[in-house]
Design a protein around this ligand. Sequence first.
Ligand SMILES: *Cc1c(COP(=O)(O)O)cnc(C)c1O
Ligand SMILES: [Zn+2]
Length: 409
Amino acid sequence: MTLVCYRCGREAAAGARCECGEPLWLTADAADFSWSDSHERGVWRYADLLPVEPPPGVGSVAGGTPLLRTPRLDEYADCTLWVKDEGRNPTGSFKDRGSAVGVARALEAGDDWVGTVSHGNMAMSVAATAAGARTNCLVLVPDDIPSERLAHIAQYDPEIVRVEGDYGRLYDESLELRGVRFVNSDTPYRVAGQKTTALEIYEAFADANDSRSSPFGGSVGGDAPSTPDAIVAPVSSGGHASAIWKALRELREAGALAALPRLYFVQAAACDPIARAYRSNADEVTPVDGDETVAYSIANADPPSGNRALAAARETNGGVLSVSDEEILDAKRHFARRAGLSVEPASATTLAGIRRLSERDKITSDDHVVAVATGTGFREQTATAATPQETRMAELSKLVRSLVSGSSG
Ligand SMILES: *Cc1c(COP(=O)(O)O)cnc(C)c1O
Ligand SMILES: [Zn+2]
């Protein structure tokens, strides 16, 4: 496989950046692709569209997440809503898909070390995937990383290095380091693995219109269309957005899908460089200063694949928008209370974004929309404070009787 630039078409044999400055992705030979009859579930079901063989350990079971129909959220979203539950990955986010392929690549190339620049989900994901594959792992974290976050990463026993200095610059610095294969947010092998989020969504919808039963279908079926009208995902570095776009392009090239969905990407208003560029019709994303947001996993102020995410949104007639922390927390509560899903604030931006798009008629009540819930809420400290009722054992049956009768009807 070779690398190619999405923007100028230039090819390269190695590296992560084109001469024009934009990120490279891997070419794929999807010419004779067809939906697999394999019973394999997860990332490796799509081995035909991936450049490497599975690694041992959790990387071999990444992906294969359910697509749920969530009817009790339809009114809030004002459309027919599905949720792709990426929290069900081994370390709780879609990052495991990219780590699986990135670590597998390191194994095939005979590298002893993989690395990443992250203080969150990606660090956990790369460290866990490396642990299962018996590869050494280097995680570069910022100076001011909170200790709970550090503990989550440290459980997988990577070599963690706190780096003093401008954390934003560390991404580029890391790619120059010798002896460690970095699997950062938008590097070509990570993007290749993260394509499988979209492949699974597509297969679930395709299967609803086919007699085969889908491993991802959940309750997709009945009157579902053969493709969703729109896919909505949070965006930070732009790596996942690029991957979703690439998967759709490959499927179109292979003649495996009739219509491309509109791709919408959502940011937190406190740090929204890509949404700003979209709103102002700019060709390029300009770095922002960026404030704190509850959606800490998507606070990249200088996104390395920002321009590529912008291109994905524009070419599919979608868009990029931002939502406030208040809207994010309201959507997070709705995910839990009306769908039973605990999601990260970063993932709740999808539902908040869909609500806004519906208000502006960009999404209509006839649309079938997939929200990509990118990460689990189980690590969160921001859950609503509980206010349980209290009683003595002897009074319990009386209390329950009043509760149950109060809720009937
Ligand atoms: C990394 C991450 C994102 C953003 O993905 P990018 O590829 O950086 O754009 C969104 N949600 C969660 C939960 C993440 O961990
Ligand atoms: Zn280029």
